[in-house]
Design a protein around this ligand. Structure first.
Ligand code: SF4
Length: 158
């Protein structure tokens, strides 16, 4: 997403691929995190990728895809946020984007994350896409977490 609004050096960001008017800004705010791949590919072509990741590490961003990383929302759990920051650090160090349909993390194994999924899905009653959006993960990751939390009792995961 366009970082010029949060950058100390707005001129630098004119070279960003996402600053190209031909790029649809909505690309960086997909309805489903599973759809972040297109934005990630755009970021992969950006000459400012590593700088963008460094900048994101200095700035609290709670929405959108930045430097190829889907940013967890404000109310995401600590583990989810740290996973995103770890990914930003890897990109800032020169790593290539990890596209969304590749394994991004094993956060589903984290008991704290599993409880958050349980709360949102079972107690609050959110749909799977909404649970996934709230936690900044794909729906498969959220489902896997609840499956692990429930010990495989399918009634909880449906
Ligand atoms: S890495 Fe992505 S989000 Fe960052 S400036 Fe480049 S295109 Fe925009």
């Amino acid at each position: 997403m366009r970082l010029d609004s949060v950058s100390d050096h707005p001129d630098l960001w004119t070279a960003a691929v996402c600053a190209d008017p031909a790029i649809d800004p909505d690309l960086f705010f997909p309805d489903r995190w599973d759809d972040a791949r297109e934005a990630q590919i755009v970021c992969g072509d950006c000459p400012l990728l590593a700088q963008c990741a460094s900048r994101a590490l200095q700035t609290e961003v709670y929405a959108g895809v930045v430097a190829s990383v889907p940013m967890p929302p404000l109310y995401a759990g600590k583990r989810v946020r740290e996973a995103a920051r770890k990914e930003l650090r890897r990109i800032a160090a020169g790593g290539a984007p990890l596209l969304q349909d590749e394994p991004v993390s094993t956060v589903w194994r984290d008991p704290e994350f599993q409880i958050r999924v349980y709360e949102l899905r079972v107690e609050v009653g959110f749909s799977w896409p909404r649970v996934a959006e709230q936690l900044g993960v794909g729906t498969d990751t959220a489902r896997r977490a609840l499956h692990a939390y429930s010990g495989g009792r399918e009634g909880l995961v449906a």
